[in-house]
Ligand binder design. Structure first.
Ligand code: MN
Length: 313
């Protein structure tokens, strides 16, 4: 049995009028990365009537790919490369920011319950200045006795995702029925994190509760998961990333000055005569482009902290 490091989530308000709360396990004090996965937000099930839903108006990204995976609800995604796409349960939306993109994410009017994960993958140095791109994929679930897996990135349990990423990566939804033990063959060079949405599971001999992530270091050829209740899980993995990152706000870079530059470029695009624009269509073109058809106000970057941002491993 492998040692399991438990990452306990912290509640973070996502923004928007009534500030929907998310449970964040990456980055955490204990861990910055699981493979290339550098950010893990888990939310809901939330009644949109109470939470206000997801209202994230145009904002920029660099050096990462966002991975949206929903269990319930629907979100409209718009970005500066002209994409207008829905995020729906069972479909992965992967938006690669590369050198720069901006996008908005707003839950649709028909969404009453919102429930899912929002994940980021760090781009390796050799690819992080690539042109931005967007991909959607609906994996065909694979099933066995007492379990179902939907593999949205990488290979697992005989299922392979066609969505490409510059470094090996794994992302899969697992549904395991109460009383079932699933032995999952994995690549020994990968490290893994198992996020529990609901249910209680024993993962490599360690009990995990809802919203926790159990991390297992490289070396295991099989991961064993026993569900004590019907459980919904997300398994993430990849070989250790091996590069130091500076993560601040919506940017992934390599040093403080680069982040300062990204921030300045975004602020220059969204301000006129010192005032933040109120209409996303008035944003100036630049590194992050303009989110086509989105008239909501762009989100200004917060102030930088009064110290130099330090790389994290
Ligand atoms: Mn975003």
């Amino acid at each position: 049995m492998s040692e399991v490091q438990v990452l306990v989530p912290r509640d973070v308000p996502l923004g928007g009028l009534r500030a929907m709360n998310v449970r964040r396990t990456l980055p955490s004090r204990e861990r910055t990365l699981i493979g290339a996965w550098c950010f893990a937000d888990h939310y809901g099930p939330d009644a949109v009537e109470e939470s206000g839903g997801m209202v994230v108006t145009p904002h920029p990204h660099t050096g990462l790919a966002t991975v949206s995976w929903l269990f319930t609800g629907e979100i409209e995604h718009r970005d500066s490369i002209g994409t207008v796409a829905m995020v729906r349960p069972g479909e992965v939306n992967l938006m690669t920011a590369g050198r720069g993109i901006s996008h908005s994410e707003i839950s649709t009017a028909g969404t009453t319950v919102l429930h899912g994960v929002q994940l980021w993958l760090a781009l390796p140095d050799a690819s992080r200045n690539m042109a931005p791109r967007f991909e959607n994929h609906a994996p065909v679930p694979v099933t066995g006795e007492g379990w179902t897996a939907s593999v949205f990135l990488g290979d697992l349990l005989g299922c392979s995702s066609p969505v490409a990423f510059p470094v090996p990566v794994l992302g899969a939804e697992l549904r395991i029925e109460a009383g079932t033990t699933l032995s999952i063959p994995v690549r020994p060079e990968f490290e893994h994190g198992l996020l529990v949405d609901h249910g209680t599971v024993t993962f490599s001999g360690h009990e995990l509760k809802p919203a926790e992530v159990g991390y297992v270091a490289p070396g295991a050829a099989t991961l064993e998961v026993t569900a004590h209740e019907d459980s919904l899980l997300v398994l993430l993995g990849g070989p250790p990333f091996g590069e130091q990152l500076v993560m601040w706000w919506n940017f992934v870079g390599r040093d403080h000055d680069e982040i300062v530059g990204f921030r300045e470029e975004w602020q220059a695009q969204i301000t006129r005569n010192g005032a933040v624009l109120s209409d996303g269509q008035d944003v100036a073109d630049g590194r992050f482009g303009i989110v086509e058809g989105d008239h909501t106000p762009p989100i200004p970057a917060p102030a930088l902290p009064n110290l130099r941002l330090k790389p994290r491993v």
